[in-house]
Design a protein around this ligand. Structure first.
Ligand code: PLP
Length: 361
């Protein structure tokens, strides 16, 4: 469905002042750059009218398909200031590929990864002064595609809009690596086999909010999701993948068909041997994992995703019982992986895998 004419991006002229965001306490997705990229899709034209414009309200009527059917996909990637002053995008090819997989799963058109990259680069280039430099900060890139046709019919929309917004962000859970507490949900599930769990679709987040808010009320920051059928096998934590550490071995749930294939997860699986660790993708029973936490065979647990990179898990609650991991402290493996991966992202450690794509000046 992707129509491969070349992309010409119209950059609308305009007066923009200096970036305005604080040096500290950036939060996550609280500040946004002045401009955004947007293009539109019609079956007869394909993607057209690619432009970089002032970030403003989208013109969508109450009959727009997104409000009634929810066809919408998104991505999350980061740009980092490099020591030579350039801007590096981390494994952006993976995000663009996944964006198209998500789109196909949701019955939406795809976007040529080459054009999508050009759009991101053009936007980052005009907003280059918005890349924050304080410790742990980055410019978060959020591409989104939504269905815009005016209809209440339950079928694929004919028309779509694709936009990209940018947000200077700080560390996801505030400064440093502080362990999060996680509620294991046995009542609700995030995704089912054959469902949309592998797609980065807006609807997956919508379905997760009720359980997450309930966990919050009880003092937990995230929910651990189990498999939908047996409520036995560990899938993910919130919007992140999860790993259990046994000394110098890392075990993460194998991609089951209902787990979102994270870029951070894939990167950590690749890096583990370089850090003197082994890694495996397994079917992980929650009962086995909790038993291994109690017997201290599991030495650390961490969640992983673009936002936080690594979020150590200090406490798990399952059926009214609490399980404390590594005395609720950040462990050496979590710290080592975090330092190494962010070292590559900020250009401090050599990028042996070619994961950083520099945005041309
Ligand atoms: C985005 C996301 C992840 C993490 O993916 P990354 O590519 O590492 O950011 C994991 N789980 C869910 C549900 C997600 O939406």
């Amino acid at each position: 469905m992707s129509i491969s004419q070349d992309i010409t991006i119209h950059i609308e002229p305009g007066e923009y002042g200096d970036p305005s965001f604080p040096d500290k306490d950036l939060g996550f997705g609280r500040y946004f750059t002045d401009r955004m990229f947007i293009q539109h899709y019609k079956p007869e034209n394909g993607w057209h009218d690619a432009s970089i414009v002032k970030r403003e309200t989208l013109q969508l009527g109450p009959t727009a398909h997104i409000f009634h059917c929810g066809q919408g996909v998104f991505e999350g990637a980061k740009a980092f200031k490099q020591p030579d002053g350039s801007i590096g995008l981390f494994r952006i090819d993976r995000n663009l590929e996944r964006f198209n997989k998500s789109a196909v799963r949701m019955g939406m058109p795809t976007i040529s990864p080459e054009h999508h990259l050009k759009a991101i680069e053009a936007l980052v280039r005009v907003e280059k002064n918005w890349v924050p430099t304080s410790e742990g900060s980055a410019l978060y890139i959020r591409p989104v595609m939504v269905a815009t046709e005016s209809t209440l019919e339950v079928r694929a929309s004919q028309d779509y809009s694709h936009f990209i917004i940018l947000s200077p962000v700080g560390p996801y859970f505030g400064g440093g690596l502080r362990p999060v507490s996680v509620y294991v949900s046995h009542e609700h599930v995030r995704a089912v086999l054959g469902g949309t769990g592998e797609a980065k679709t807006i609807a997956n987040y919508a379905g997760s909010i009720y359980a997450t808010e309930q966990a919050r009320e009880q003092g937990f920051q995230q929910v651990l999701w189990l498999d939908a059928k047996e409520r036995e096998y560990v899938e993910e934590v919130g919007g992140m993948n999860i790993a259990f550490v046994y000394g110098d071995h890392i075990s993460t749930p194998a991609l089951s068909g209902s787990i979102l294939p994270g870029v951070t997860r894939a990167s950590i699986l690749s890096l583990a041997p370089d850090l003197g660790m082994t890694a495996s993708e397994d079917r992980i029973s929650i009962h086995q994992a909790l038993g291994d936490i109690e017997s201290k065979k599991i030495t650390e647990v961490f969640a992983m995703g673009t936002g936080a990179v690594i979020a150590p898990v200090g406490r798990l609650r399952y059926m009214d019982k609490d399980y404390i991991i590594n005395d609720n402290e950040t462990g050496p493996v979590s710290q080592k992986i975090f330092d190494h991966l962010t070292g590559i992202q900020y250009g401090i450690i050599s990028d042996d895998y070619g994961w950083i794509h520099k945005v041309d000046e």
